[in-house]
Design a protein around this ligand. Sequence first.
Ligand code: SF4
Length: 65
Amino acid sequence: MSLRVNIDGCVGCGVCMEICPEIFKLDDEEGKVVVISIDRDDKTRTLVNEAIESCPMGCIWRKKI
Ligand code: SF4
């Protein structure tokens, strides 16, 4: 699974970054999220799932590759 973000939908609220800073970071120029890593372990996967559920714009999801 790969992690995807709909950048057009992201409002840069920071919720995902607060939940999982190992994976999500703010692009200071764009004011939108960037994915900086992949969720390699169960703990990070759980946090990413929480971030997916908490994104107010519903713009983070997993895609089968
Ligand atoms: S929670 Fe959603 S809208 Fe907020 S910064 Fe993350 S991806 Fe963007």
